[in-house]
Write a protein that binds this ligand. Sequence first.
Ligand code: NAD
Length: 484
Amino acid sequence: MTAPAAKLDCAPYARGLFIGGQWQSGRGIPVVNPSDESILAEVPDATVSEALAAVEAAARAAEGWRSTPPRQRAEILRRCHELMTARAEELATLISLENGKALPDARGEVAYAAEFFRWNSEEAVRIGGEYRTAPAGTNRILVEHQPIGIAVLITPWNFPAAMATRKIAPALAAGCTVILKPASETPLTAYALAGIYAEAGVPAGVVNVITTTQPGPVTAAMLADPRVRKLSFTGSTPVGRVLLAEAAKTVASCSMELGGNAPFIVFDDADLEAALDGAMVAKMRNAGEACTAANRFIVQAGIHDAFVAGLVRRMGAIKLGPGTDAATGCGPMITRKSVEKIDGLVADAVARGARVQLGGVRPAGKGFYYPPTVLTGVSPQSEMRRAEIFGPVAPVYRFDTEDQAVAMANDTEHGLAAYVYTRDLKRGLAVSGRIEAGMVGLNRGLVSDPAAPFGGVKQSGLGREGGMHGILEYLEAKYIATSF
Ligand code: NAD
């Protein structure tokens, strides 16, 4: 493997917990570079009392922020977008170092993450209401949208910037104050962004950031405070279930962005090259570590072999290496545990009869690498049919009829993203309508867009982030009945 091309000293980003606009130094959580297993920095391990101090800081800042005029809030959000954009290369390098993703993916993430600030700066001044005459004619119905209150935000490691800004930007636009708990694997980006928010003029206590190795007790303690009225979580479905139960104790409002098991359906009449272009984005963006990643390629019999040959050719051309190396197309996985999980899923599929068309063998040496891999003949009983692979492994399944494709696509507890490739728009729209998913890419391998509602059905989640829906998760309707 070649030496990393982009370099950055990570120590300045590990200034401490960010509470009430102050940095509280501490140590306890080493941040590992997944490319070579070196330690990049060490961030504090917050206790329950430090988490409660963050809630206190958010409570102190709440009244001032909710009464800040929307235009002023919008200008501050806009500055967050500008500062993130100005520092895009620094942030992309930081993401690439702590997460491992290839630099082009990291640059794409920074642009996507910053856009949530621009989009929500535009939403902040358009929070609407209603004014109607009651059907009986006896009174008027007034409805206004008020900030829901303090929000606890919990994010995963796979998009350290975007998963945070997708929550923080609408929360701030709505007038809420927040406590962000990022994943311990990738805390540096969250702290780097906290510095940017302060520089952009976000007042002390409006955004607080804490890292901890005890997310269970720390989150439970924050949710037990009756002033916390919102939990927005992005992560796995099992942890989402635990947090829903925890939030039930105080009936806190929940937004849940959970796991996926995306089908990628290719019909015989699809444009093969376009389908392969889309497949590479849907599978290989972030080295497969995305909730929207194509997890099951479901390909019609007539195009199956040509699709597999094209996929093997394209996936085989991707260079595996450190994310910061300019030539890298596929970086390492986040942890050794992740690589071992992927390796186990491939071994299970092979033991049940799958054929390895590409990859399938872990490289020796330092770093958490798994190579781009293509499997055919994967048995429906294989674990990877139901599990999120979360890596650069593409299992291809074969189908004959449209009904079969839809049944296979829907045979999962998840319902986040799905992809459909066909030249027949009528069929494409019909199949998109029948698939149980919150988002469908029709002849497109990328669905994420800050201007569109992102989210899942079934056990992939509750609520939407982005678009005009995102800000509503942080607002509550207040109805006033009046006789005049
Ligand atoms: P995870 O559920 O293990 O962790 C997510 C976050 O929850 C982390 O910050 C973690 O520290 C925290 N956490 C873990 N246990 C907790 C507990 N008991 N109480 C409170 N917090 C707890 O998920 P992950 O491995 O970091 O991320 C990968 C998962 O996230 C995948 O399932 C992926 O599909 C999902 N994801 C979903 C979306 C989406 O928008 N739907 C986006 C990105 C990732």
